[in-house]
Design a protein around this ligand. Structure first.
Ligand SMILES: [Ca+2]
Ligand SMILES: [Ca+2]
Ligand SMILES: [Ca+2]
Length: 387
């Protein structure tokens, strides 16, 4: 990632020139609120060819009588501006968003894709929170400031998201951008064609969303939760495969570690390829942790790979098994069990949890297979790291 994010950045900067009319506060706990009942303004798209407006079509309105609609042509190309711009809905924040502790919004895409909520500070860093967007489904995305990940190529002088310095934020159809960024396998939703995205009930929250918990019976201090799977949006970048169906299902109350929900991923794995789930990690978030914990089950017994990447790109990996059937497998994977990958180098020769910036789960079971399609189902719950 070198020049492409900078191009996005320049466009983002151009937004500052657009005049803004904010709507009045409606609830004491909300810093700013857009219901898209009167006008789309000041929301715009970073893609100058996209059409931004309001829609009153019943199926496309979440609340009230209208929502924001962005119509655009998704270009599945790996290079140039077209590949990264595609669809977006962003709002300039000329005065920043002082007092903002989180964001809640409702999003729907006409096609299955990978989207992100992004924000950019003036003169500083850019932050993103990617999530999976199933076709035609309204879903609520709720994020605290800690749920945003810094973008490497746009370093932030103080290393933290400062709401009062935000110059704009919004939602981007990011499957093109992320495919470019990751450079190997296409991210879910990387298919050309006409698309529409919808936003409604966007709230900049004055109070951070409740901290996520994973109620496993773990010894020691409270674990660092990477994903409780209890919030509605699936905050993973899904890579490779096709025909993705990813949804959140309700937990059975008696499940060990049950919160309110878990994820179900259904996908086609073409023989000779792999699929992966990527979870960005804030550097330092996993400091002092000893082991990764997660719960898995699968439509058939599967050998998966779990791996982590340090800031310096050293990658450590370990095989894990997902059992078939209704019973969850609760896995504890000590960091000490992970081995440095053969094509990877580490300057200090050891895995440093505080340096981890990416967690990856992968299904490599298609790599050795015949050139045919494999149908897979995988369930995931309660991802955390214990101290
Ligand atoms: Ca509305
Ligand atoms: Ca900052
Ligand atoms: Ca290291």
């Amino acid at each position: 990632m070198t020049t492409l994010p900078r191009l996005v950045l320049c466009l983002w900067c151009a937004l500052l020139l657009i005049p803004v009319s904010a709507q009045p506060l409606v609830e004491p706990e909300v810093v700013q609120y857009w219901d898209f009942e009167q006008m789309a303004d000041p929301w715009v798209s970073l893609n100058p060819q996209a059409i931004v407006g309001l829609t009153a079509a019943q199926d496309d309105v979440l609340a009230g009588t209208s929502s924001l609609e962005v119509k655009y042509l998704f270009r599945a190309v790996n290079t140039g501006m077209e590949g990264i711009l595609n669809g977006s809905a962003v709002v300039p924040l000329p005065g920043g968003a002082p007092g903002m502790a989180g964001i809640s919004l409702w999003f729907k895409s006409s096609k299955t894709t990978t989207a992100l909520v992004g924000g950019r500070e003036n003169g500083g860093g850019a932050y993103m929170a990617p999530f999976f967007a199933p076709a035609g489904m309204w879903q609520q995305v709720t994020l605290g400031l800690d749920d945003f990940y810094p973008m490497d190529e746009m370093p932030d002088p103080n290393g933290k998201l400062d709401p009062e310095q935000l110059e704009g934020l919004g939602v981007v159809d990011a499957s093109g951008f992320l495919s470019t960024l990751l450079g190997k396998l296409p991210v879910a939703g990387f298919e050309p064609g006409a698309r529409r995205m919808y936003l409604d009930e966007v709230k900049l929250l004055a109070v951070a969303p409740e901290k996520e918990t994973v109620p496993y019976p773990l010894e020691g201090p409270a674990p660092v939760v990477l994903d409780s799977c209890d919030r509605e949006a699936i905050r993973w970048i899904v890579v490779g495969g096709r025909d993705w169906k990813a949804i959140r299902e309700a937990d059975e109350p008696n499940d060990q570690g049950a919160g309110t929900g878990h994820y179900r991923f259904e996908y086609t794995l073409p023989g000779g390829t792999l699929v992966a789930w990527l979870k960005p990690v804030r550097q330092g978030q996993l400091a002092d942790t000893k082991a990764l914990h997660l719960a898995l089950r699968a439509g058939q017994k599967l050998t998966l790979m779990v791996s982590v990447e340090e800031k310096g790109k050293a990658r450590y990996a370990q095989q894990i098994e997902a059992n078939a059937g209704d019973e969850w497998t609760y896995l504890t994977i000590p960091w000490d069990d992970l081995s440095l990958e053969k094509d990877s180098k580490d300057d200090n020769g050891k895995l440093d949890p505080e340096q981890i910036t990416l967690l990856t789960l992968a299904d490599p079971s298609g790599l050795a297979g015949e050139p045919e399609d494999y149908k897979r189902v995988l369930w995931l719950n309660g991802v955390c790291a214990s101290k």
